[in-house]
Design a protein around this ligand. Structure first.
Ligand code: MEV
Length: 296
């Protein structure tokens, strides 16, 4: 018997980094992600995907060994396939962890156990993750996440984002670690920024519930300014953010860890036209609906 599972990638709409320090974040699953399938085998094994760097392979091997031990080495061979660009802030490791956890565990397993096993793997990838990435992937809905707890946030209007790639970036662990050093050195100053980000997250969640997308877009712009103040933005991100705003986005910001590059999200009432224009100009981008009514 072959079992298959999908773990979606994610975008953080508001609140990345603050969430590591116990503040809330708003995150939603995207249409791209990781598919895993398991087949009976003599021993527990993971077929490693080809397109990984040496350090990504090592991290994946360690994460898989940790998860397999936790579930007492079921006799399956697991294969994975992803259409998420890795290391771009789109939750590829969280999606991978969820897809693998789903095929490692018996099919009737409770969602919470999938999340716990995925978290074991995420710790290997990121050290001390907030848990927002794998939780968003496992829940598959737009959530307000804080300290391991998630509440679904609904929207009366289609909430669609455009996701665009600004370029290569360093590992999340390094960006999060460098910010941790800065905030440990000047805690009062950094705390003020995290508290302000938390307010923007709450405003954004209220705007989504009310279907006020222009207000959400403004919250995204303010959040981008605060992320920049935290030292998490860079010229390739800013250039794309300003370009998207000039194309009519209600709001645009980096998503995920940020740094030298990674992904940017923009909120448009209808993002499809912007995707066509950006692709013609050579920008790697796609759209995803995070919440709200869907047309069939
Ligand atoms: C990474 O997708 C989001 C960060 O907030 C790290 C984390 O939550 O663990 C930067």
């Amino acid at each position: 018997m072959r079992t298959t599972a999908f773990g979606p990638g994610k975008v953080i709409v508001l609140g990345e980094h603050g969430v590591v320090y116990g503040h809330p974040a708003l995150a939603g699953p995207i249409s791209r992600g990781v598919r895993a399938w398991a087949e009976p085998s003599e021993r527990t094994q993971l077929e490693l995907p080809d397109a990984l760097t040496d350090s990504q392979r090592d991290a994946l091997e360690r994460a898989f060994a940790r998860a397999a031990k936790k579930v007492k080495h079921p006799k399956v061979s697991i294969h994975v396939e992803s259409d998420l660009p890795p290391s771009m802030g789109l939750g590829s490791s969280g999606a991978l962890a969820v897809a693998i956890a789903r095929v490692l565990l018996p099919p009737v397993t409770k969602a919470r156990e999938v999340e716990n096993l995925a978290l074991e793997m995420e710790r290997e990838f990121h050290g001390t993750p907030s848990g927002v990435d794998h939780t968003t992937s496992a829940r598959g809905e737009l959530i307000l996440f804080q300290r391991g707890r998630a509440k679904v946030v609904t929207c009366p209007r289609p909430l669609k984002v455009l996701v665009a790639i600004a370029g290569k970036r360093g590992p999340t662990k390094v960006t999060v670690g460098a910010l941790r050093e800065r905030q440990a050195r000047w805690p009062a100053r950094y705390k003020r920024l995290f508290v302000e980000i938390a307010s923007v997250v709450k405003d954004g969640a209220a705007a989504i519930r009310a279907g006020e997308l222009e207000s959400l877009g403004d919250a995204m712009n303010v959040n981008q300014g605060l992320l920049s103040a935290l030292g998490l933005s860079s010229p390739p991100i800013e250039e794309l953010v300003y370009r998207l705003r000039a194309m009519g986005a209600y709001g645009a910001k980096l998503t995920g860890a940020g740094g030298d590059g990674g992904a940017v999200i923009a909120l448009f009432p209808e993002p499809e036209h912007a995707v066509v224009k950006l692709r013609a100009a050579g920008v790697d981008c796609f759209t995803s609906q995070l919440a709200g009514p869907r047309t069939l």
